[in-house]
Each structure stands twice: as structure tokens, then as C-alpha cells.
Design a protein. Structure first.
Length: 494
């Protein structure tokens, strides 16, 4: 059985010794970050702050705060309900392997698979715990322990929301995790970056309004869910193809549909078992300055313009739990979220690039700065083809540096990668620059959102690539000698 909701997962974490309750009063301004940073960098547990407070506002919050929820490989496995994350990747690979049926026998065989898939689609239900309290006029964010993460931050930020929008063009739902800076009790920023789906929905409305100013609404409805079962929460982080509903994918991962309820004031649906839901809208005519914010690059993102989100209604549980996360100098909790993305996207990448054996985005590369990819090389220039293809993939397109290695390199072993890659390159010959869109958080590029990228072909070079000298063998001791030394090892006094 999949976790029904956040508290179901909390019970599991507690049973597994993966949760620490903090009963002392701790300030939401900076103090929770300082504690969480120390805990997450030492591989510690999820933290449930039972008495968050704010000295600045003179408040003791009645709502507890959960953080570092999936901040370790063990908790990622618990969230996914698997022994190893590779089990999930394999299930996904199987799904993608589905071939169109050829004969009737094939069709019959396919039916259970399709039925299984159908049973994962989100299901609309009448009621859910998120409707225990419904506040319209009285709705206020002030009751939630929303954190100021770092000293230079422009304010308090909701950091792990599931932001739900519907494409004004296709009507398809999208779920994205975009931070929200609190402006006042009923207004926040909506920090969907330029390349993200929420931003695309907003832009589409903008273009439509320019074309048909009188026939187009200038508002777009948005619902924000905070706190749910862990896979529903994580689905907002996954860079799904634009037309793929994240809640469908969450259903596949949970092996059980996500249950949704209709919102009160907007025409959207939200997870029925969420802790908190904010309903409202963004307005084409209300763009505001957002930031700065201590970001997952380990640097502050600068101020920029983003839409304001206006709250029309808050629905919540009677005793909600507020889920937060804090990003900053790596590694922090988001590294493990990125790790889920990395492992689940490998099968998707391999669908288009079957030569890819494995890939890795080390924590120090903060996702977009470094992607290491191992390939089974089959033709001259193959590494270049792979780099160029990756620069065309959603999500991975932002990779500032791509290092391509042969399939005998363990991409997760950074020492091995550095050793072999540095040995294998003739820099002028093997490094390639290109220009293109870069992550909005990139701070070194020549222009915001546009800059250069570097590909390193660190594979062995072939005669057909113009390398005609012999390529040296890697040094490996022979088995016979190893066995012999194994036998005498202890007698040598080791
Ligand atoms: C903790 C965390 C915070 C994030 N904050 C933002 C954000 O503020 N803005 C943004 O555009 N993406 C943010 N992201 C990344 C997006 O959630 C991610 O790119 C997601 O795939 C976007 O979904 P979409 O493709 O449906 O737009 C964040 C990711 C994590 C893990
Ligand atoms: Mn999406």
C-alpha cells in the first residue's frame, strides 16, 4: 500500500529511526536552516520541529514544520517503497519497452499492463482531509511557520509547494515545485523560471491577451498544495515532458492513483490528502520583484520580476503539518531530490540515446553545472553526438559541462572519472563549446538565460577519429599473481 499522506510517511520514518522530533522552540528565521544544514550535511534524519516560533513577529506557531524529509538515500528508498532506487528505474524501463502488439496473442498479453497503467490515473473523490477547514475571507499565511532561509534572503519563502496550473491552450494539468516568497498574508511571488511549464502557461495567456485583448482573461488560476504522500510531493520536482501530468506519473510510482478533490474557488483539483492548499490566481498585470534568495547553487539568486500570486481561499487539515526544505551550499536535501530525478530519467534518456550506459550529476555541480555520462562508443565522433543530443533534452539541456566517458568508467566514482578523463583528453582536440539557453540560476553566463556550454570527449580516441598511435592499456595486475599474494598476505604480517 502506498503512503496515503504525509503523516503516513512520518509514521514510517519514525519507525525506521529516520525522524527526530525537536521539542524546543526554534525560530523560523534562520535558526531552522542552521540546524537543518548541520544535520543534512552529516547524513542525519528528517526533522519535525514541533514548536516553531518567530521572535520577530512574537509568534508561537501551532503548526509544526517538517524538513529534510527525503534528505538521505535511505529515506528516498522509503519514499519510493523500494529496496533500491534501481527497482523503480527498471519498472520505468519495462513500461517504456512496451511494444505495439503484433498478433491477437500479443494484444491479450498487453491488456493487463494497460489495465495496470489505467489503474494509476488520478481519481477525483468527493472529499478529503484537506477540506477539514475552509477559509476564504479569513485566509492568512501568517499561521504557517514559513522560513527565512538565509541572512541575505528578501523575505520568507514557501520552498516545497506543488504548484498546479492548467494549460490555457490544451487544458492539460501541470505540477511544478516553484518557491513562493511571502509578500503579505494573502500574496506571494510565483517563481516559475522562464523555461518551466508554469511560466509557459502564463506566457501563453500573455500572448493570447495581446492577440485578443477583449476576449482574454488577464488572470490564470493556480492551486498550491503543501504536504502530501512523498511521491506526490516529489512529482512536482520531476522535469516531465510538458504534456505529461505529474500526478499520473506519481500514480505510477506509488502503484496507486493520486486522489484529487476539486478546489473551492478555482477550477482545479488538488491532492485530497494534502496538508494545506492555497487557491488563487496570478495576474498578467501584477509582476513584482522577487528575491534575493539563497539558492541551491550555494549563492544568492538576484532579484527579478515574477508574477504575484493572490490567495482566494485556504483549505487545510484541522492540525496541518507544514513541509519545508532548505537549499544552499551542496549537499542538502535537494541533492537527494535531484538524485531521484537522475535515476528515474536515465531510462527516459536511454529511450532516445540507447548508447548511454549511465550518468551522474555530482552534488558539487548543483545539477546544471556538470553531467558525466558513460557511453558504449560505436562510431567516430559518437561522444559529440551524445553531448549535442543531451543539450537538446528537457531538463538536461542546461548542462554547462558534459563529460563523456567510455562504458568502463564508473560515473559515480569521481576519482575514477577525473583520473581517466584527464588522461584521455587532448584539450584542444577534445573540448567543444556551444551556445544555448542556460539555467536561470546560472550567474556566470554572458547574459541571463543565455550562455556557453562545454563538452569534453574523454573517451578513448580511435584511428577512425584520426588517432593513429596505439592507445595504451590500463594497468591491471594478473589474476595468478593476485591469488598468490592473497594466499601469503597474512604471513607477510599485514
Ligand atoms: C527544492 C526545490 C525548489 C525548486 N524551486 C524552483 C523555483 O523556485 N523555480 C523553478 O522554476 N524551479 C524550481 N525547482 C525546479 C523545478 O521544480 C523543476 O525544474 C520541475 O521539473 C519543474 O516542473 P515543470 O517542468 O513542470 O515546470 C525547484 C526544485 C527543487 C527540488
Ligand atoms: Mn511539468
Amino acid at each position: 500500500m502506498a503512503y496515503k499522506d504525509l503523516r503516513d510517511f512520518i509514521v514510517c520514518l519514525e519507525r525506521e529511526g529516520e525522524l527526530k522530533r525537536i521539542k524546543a522552540r526554534v525560530d523560523v528565521d534562520l535558526e531552522i536552516t542552521e540546524i537543518t544544514n548541520r544535520v543534512s550535511k552529516s547524513g542525519g534524519p528528517a526533522l519535525l520541529f514541533e514548536r516553531p516560533c518567530s521572535a520577530r513577529d512574537g509568534v508561537d506557531y501551532a503548526v509544526p514544520l517538517l524538513i529534510n524529509t527525503v534528505g538521505s538515500p535511505r529515506r528516498v528508498e522509503l519514499a519510493l517503497e523500494v529496496e533500491s532506487i534501481e527497482d523503480c528505474a527498471r519498472r520505468l524501463e519495462e513500461l517504456l519497452e512496451l511494444k505495439p502488439p503484433e498478433g491477437w496473442l500479443d494484444k491479450v498479453r498487453l491488456l493487463p499492463k494497460l489495465a495496470e497503467m489505467g489503474s494509476f490515473l488520478p481519481r477525483t473523490v468527493k472529499d478529503g482531509a484537506v477540506k477539514e477547514v475552509i477559509e476564504r475571507d479569513g485566509a492568512s499565511l501568517a499561521v504557517f511557520p514559513i522560513m527565512t532561509c538565509w541572512p541575505g534572503d528578501g523575505g520568507r519563502f514557501i520552498t516545497w509547494p506543488m504548484v498546479i496550473t492548467r494549460s490555457p491552450k490544451s487544458g492539460r494539468r501541470n505540477v511544478g515545485c516553484y518557491r513562493m516568497q511571502v509578500f503579505d498574508e494573502r500574496t506571494t511571488a510565483m517563481h516559475w523560471q522562464i523555461h518551466k511549464t508554469g511560466a509557459e502557461h502564463f506566457r501563453w495567456l500573455q500572448r493570447q491577451a495581446e492577440k485578443e485583448p477583449f476576449a482574454t482573461a488577464r488572470r490564470m488560476e493556480v492551486a498550491v498544495a503543501i504536504g502530501a504522500d512523498p511521491l506526490t510531493m516529489l512529482s512536482g520536482v520531476l522535469p516531465m515532458p510538458e504534456d505529461l501530468d505529474e500526478f499520473v506519473f506519481a500514480g505510477f510510482l506509488r502503484r496507486q492513483p493520486v486522489e484529487l478533490v476539486r478546489c473551492e474557488t478555482v477550477n482545479l483539483e488538488v491532492p485530497a490528502h494534502a496538508e494545506i492548499v492555497l487557491e488563487g490566481y496570478v495576474d498578467l498585470d501584477d509582476m513584482r520583484t522577487e528575491g534575493p534568495f539563497g539558492d541551491h547553487t550555494g549563492y544568492y539568486s538576484l532579484e527579478d520580476k515574477f508574477p504575484a500570486f493572490h490567495i482566494t481561499c485556504i483549505t487545510r487539515r484541522r492540525d496541518p503539518i507544514y513541509v519545508s526544505t532548505v537549499v544552499g551550499p551542496p549537499p542538502m536535501e535537494d541533492y537527494w531530490m535531484g538524485y531521484v530525478v537522475e535515476r528515474l530519467f536515465l531510462p527516459l534518456m536511454r529511450k532516445q540515446l540507447p548508447e548511454v550506459v549511465d550518468m551522474h550529476m555530482p552534488a558539487e555541480g548543483v545539477f546544471h553545472n556538470l553531467l558525466i555520462v558513460a557511453i558504449r562508443k560505436s562510431y567516430p565522433g559518437h561522444a559529440r553526438k551524445v553531448m549535442n543530443a543531451i543539450w537538446g533534452l528537457p531538463g538536461a539541456m542546461f548542462s554547462k559541462v558534459i563529460v563523456v566517458v567510455d562504458d568502463d568508467v564508473d560515473v559515480h566514482n569521481l576519482r575514477e572519472v577525473a583520473w581517466k578523463a584527464l588522461n584521455h583528453i587532448d584539450p584542444e582536440r577534445d573540448i567543444q563549446f556551444t551556445l544555448g539557453p542556460v539555467d536561470q540560476l546560472e550567474h556566470a553566463s554572458r547574459l541571463p538565460n543565455f550562455g556557453s556550454k562545454m563538452g569534453v570527449d574523454a573517451t578513448r580516441k580511435w584511428p577512425s577519429e584520426g588517432f593513429t598511435r596505439p592507445w595504451p592499456d590500463e594497468i591491471v595486475m594478473d589474476e595468478k599473481t593476485k591469488r598468490k599474494i592473497d594466499e601469503v598476505w597474512r604471513s607477510l604480517g599485514f
